[in-house]
Write a protein that binds this ligand. Structure first.
Ligand SMILES: Cc1cn([C@H]2C[C@H](O)[C@@H](COP(=O)(O)OP(=O)(O)OP(=O)(O)O)O2)c(=O)[nH]c1=O
Length: 201
């Protein structure tokens, strides 16, 4: 059976893969995440997902490697992770009462190939008060997340509407991930019986 490797330090991505019953190893990839000058957000997330998958593939040449990147995009501008609490507050003030896109790319590097997909999800925030933003930032939740919020956490109360993939906003588009794994010769559902044998409670 082929080894599957998640090239990510994100606990959310690992949790999403566990949710679909996949067995995998984690091997985070440390790459330069600076956007190119004039690079579109769509190109940026896909490039980073590919670079993460290919970097981890060097350490695990025989494996199927999953790389991913998530960016929050407001009017074409990439909002990455906040540098500090002030920066997080500024991002949340900008997202308040507006619709942004969450772009998440997944790339799968197999034997001689690296295929990628990008999921684009529209997320609308209700207007947020200054006090609410300050209280949210004080929880620390925004600090390791693109756009400075986590839809799966306290940040869930800001979201008025979502059009697209919820799992992609959390960090990995599950439908596209399964599609690429199947194309790489590893359909997720075929692993379910095996994992059930060991995980049945
Ligand atoms: C918008 C949003 C992002 N996020 C997270 C998902 C990602 O972990 C993070 C975006 O940063 P990324 O740079 O995509 O990922 P990462 O640095 O956490 O992990 P790695 O590069 O090793 O794969 O933001 C949430 O958890 N919830 C949300 O609602």
């Amino acid at each position: 059976m082929t080894t599957i490797v998640l090239a990510s330090a994100s606990p959310r991505r690992a949790e999403l893969l566990r949710q679909i019953g996949l067995s995998f190893r984690v091997c985070p990839a440390d790459i330069d995440e600076t956007p190119g000058s004039g690079e579109s957000a769509l190109h940026y997330v896909e490039r980073l997902a590919r670079e993460k998958a290919l970097a981890a593939k060097l350490a695990e040449p025989g494996a199927i490697v999953i790389g991913s990147d998530t960016s929050v995009v407001l009017a074409g501008r990439i909002l990455g992770k906040p540098r500090n609490r002030q920066h997080a507050m500024g991002m949340l003030r900008e997202l308040s009462g507006a619709t942004h896109q969450v772009m998440t790319a997944v790339a799968i590097a197999s034997v001689n190939d690296c295929e990628a997909r990008v999921a684009v999800t529209d997320v609308r925030f209700r207007p947020l008060s200054g006090e609410e933003i300050a209280a949210y930032v004080a929880t620390g939740e925004p600090m390791d997340k693109a756009g400075g919020y986590g839809i799966q956490g306290r940040g869930g109360i800001f979201v008025e509407e979502l059009r697209g993939s919820y799992s992609a906003v959390v960090g990995l588009p599950l439908q596209e991930t399964a599609e690429l794994l199947a194309a790489a010769g590893c359909p997720v559902w075929q692993t379910w019986n095996r994992s059930q044998e060991s995980n049945n409670e």
